[in-house]
Design a protein around this ligand. Structure first.
Ligand code: FAD
Ligand code: DLZ
Ligand code: SF4
Length: 508
């Protein structure tokens, strides 16, 4: 009996549960580059190129390892254009009875597999530390699902940076030491650059010819595209940047796209790196005295804490999560997210970097573009689709809770206890963007006022009923109330005018 084994573009892992459930001698692995997956949002060309190149190389590896692989290229004449279409076609071709799949990371694809007229076994995705049942049990009966408590359980479960049942160094969390303003000089040259080999070059030509109209540049593609290269990037980053990672985790510097960040989310999320192994390597570096505790703990928390927690929330909350909009924000996503000119240097730098690299680090995503979208009242579903499209590490299970939850507060406070909003002050403190800006961050209202300053108070005022009782926001409402009436009215009126000009397509 022949069965099929489905391997999706973000499931490029040796120990994948679908492969473990199959028989190498008799079964056929199905991998397919399909129009549906390439177009459910207008993905950045670098993201598509990365996924297709990594898929092709993973298929080659499986074949070398003795598997039979039925691989569909995007431009194959028989390509049906969808994952289920390809499964049906291959099932008929090989007379296959059933399909082994690993549960996809998106409700849309899970539903498509459930609805297909085939017997498809969706095995749990064991590349994560916490199963759905485990996360549900953790969430059960809690009033608030705070990441910190979940993270501590993950530390205990993995034993990472633990001394018996106590956290190494006596504290669970060293975040306090991870908020330094940007350094004068960044002594890390950034991620490794991998020259495209023949497989990658072929994909680049395909993507250039088919996805030329998508937002994003394909120029200078130098991502790792297989497990060996991804491991090299990890080792390179541990050697050269991990020691500084903690200190400057939240900093932003014009012209420094990467600072001390690891740039491994592309690889972990596609399956080329194993998250636990990554954390063990970082723990070893700390134990060997190569990196300070705040760097190692800060990094490990992102992976076994935030990453796992976000996935838990996505699957706990269900398929309607991306449609949540508790703040009733309805403004259309303005053109400046797609590169239209704006005088806001922080936004323009972040969007342009995104266009060039398909990457921005956490604080750029949260406190520049995300903060702006939230303050401006943009429809969170449109914001979600933008993030899903433009970042090479974006798959819905991780992107949606970060955007709908953490960044846009559209889930009403499941992920965050208060909205991540700030005036221009935060950006001025954590970056040098304001120096090159048309606006003045110190100006709160009137000529040249930083839009983040105007929009911040406008947001606070619009959402007073919801937030004024939030103890973490009460102080800001007191500050607002201390301003005289004229000033408050002027801020509201200028914010409205500024937004109207943006909506009308002016280069604000
Ligand atoms: P580093 O800063 O070096 O961090 C190390 C690793 O920790 C990352 O590789 C990632 O695996 C993990 N990590 C850190 N923060 C998070 C987080 N909040 N959620 C999940 N994992 C985390 N991350 C994605 O992987 N895909 C997304 O689509 C995505 N969308 C985001 C959207 C918004 C609005 C925000 C605020 C954050 C988003 N993140 C997303 C989280 C974070 O920005 C990226 O994981 C990180 O920037 C990736 O770059 P890096 O590998 O250099 O990370
Ligand atoms: C993101 C993506 C893209 C662009 N293309 C493909 C593809 O052609 N074939 C495929 O198997 N997977 C692709 N992916 C990844 C899927 O969209 C991803 O597996 C689902 O969204 C579930 O996370
Ligand atoms: Fe951004 Fe305001 Fe600073 Fe300009 S002044 S870079 S808009 S925070």
């Amino acid at each position: 009996m022949v069965n099929l084994v489905l391997v999706l573009g973000d499931q490029l892992s040796n120990g994948l549960s679908a492969l473990a459930a199959a028989n190498k001698q008799t079964d056929v692995v199905v991998m397919a580059e399909v129009g549906d997956e390439a177009a459910y949002v207008p993905h950045h060309p670098k993201k598509i190129a990365f996924i297709f190149a990594a898929m092709r190389k993973f298929a080659q590896r499986l074949q070398a390892d003795g598997w039979t692989v039925a691989y569909t290229r995007l431009d194959d004449a028989e390509n049906s254009g969808s994952i289920t279409g390809e499964l049906l076609r291959r099932a008929a071709e090989h007379g296959a009875a059933e399909v082994h799949a690993t549960e996809p990371g998106e409700w849309r694809v899970i539903a498509a597999l459930n609805d297909a007229p085939l017997t498809i076994h969706q095995h749990p995705d064991t590349r994560f530390l916490a199963s759905h049942a485990q996360f549900e049990a953790w969430a059960e009966g809690r009033k608030e699902l705070r990441m910190e408590w979940f993270y501590r359980d993950m530390r205990r479960q993995t034993g990472l940076m633990m001394e018996g049942d106590k956290p190494a160094g006596g504290k669970w969390n060293y975040d306090h030491d991870n908020r330094k303003a940007p350094p004068k000089i960044v002594d890390f040259a950034g991620p490794m650059q991998f020259t495209p080999d023949e497989t990658v070059q072929e994909v680049l030509d395909l993507v250039a010819s088919r996805f030329d109209n998508n937002f994003g540049s394909l120029d200078g593609f130098a991502f790792a595209t297989d497990q060996g290269q991804a491991r090299q990037q990890l080792a390179h980053w541990i050697t050269h940047a991990l020691p500084q990672f903690g200190d400057y985790q939240d900093a932003m510097l014009e012209g420094e796209d990467y600072l001390y960040h690891s740039l491994i989310s592309f690889y972990i999320n596609a399956g080329l790196l194993d998250p636990l192994e990554v954390c063990q390597r970082v723990e070893q570096a700390w134990k060997g005295g190569h990196a300070p505790i705040n760097a190692a703990e800060g990094f490990i928390r992102q992976i076994i804490g935030w990453r796992e927690y976000m996935r838990g929330i996505y699957f706990l909350e269900g398929a309607d999560y991306t449609k949540r909009n508790v703040l009733n924000h309805t403004r259309d996503l303005p053109g400046l997210f797609w590169g239209k000119e704006t005088g806001m240097n922080c936004v323009s730098q972040t969007v342009d970097q995104t266009r060039k690299t398909a990457y921005a680090h956490h604080i750029q995503r949260l406190m520049v573009t995300g903060n702006f979208a939230l303050l401006a009242g943009i429809d969170p579903y449109q914001v979600h689709e933008w993030y899903l499209a433009v970042y090479a590490d974006a798959y819905e299970w991780v992107e949606a809770p970060n955007v709908i939850g953490m960044s846009q507060f559209a889930d009403g406070g499941i992920v965050g206890s208060k909205p991540y909003i700030s005036s221009g002050n935060y950006i001025a403190k954590m970056s040098n963007y304001c120096k090159g800006c048309r606006y003045n961050v110190k100006t709160k209202v009137g000529e040249g006022a930083c839009p983040f300053n105007l929009l911040y108070w406008d947001f606070m005022d619009r959402h007073r009923a919801r937030f004024e009782k939030n103890p973490r926001m009460a102080q800001m409402y007191r500050t607002w109330d201390r301003m005289d009436d004229d000033k408050r009215a002027k801020i509201i009126s200028e914010a409205g005018d500024w937004l109207a000009r943006m909506d009308a397509g002016e280069a604000v």
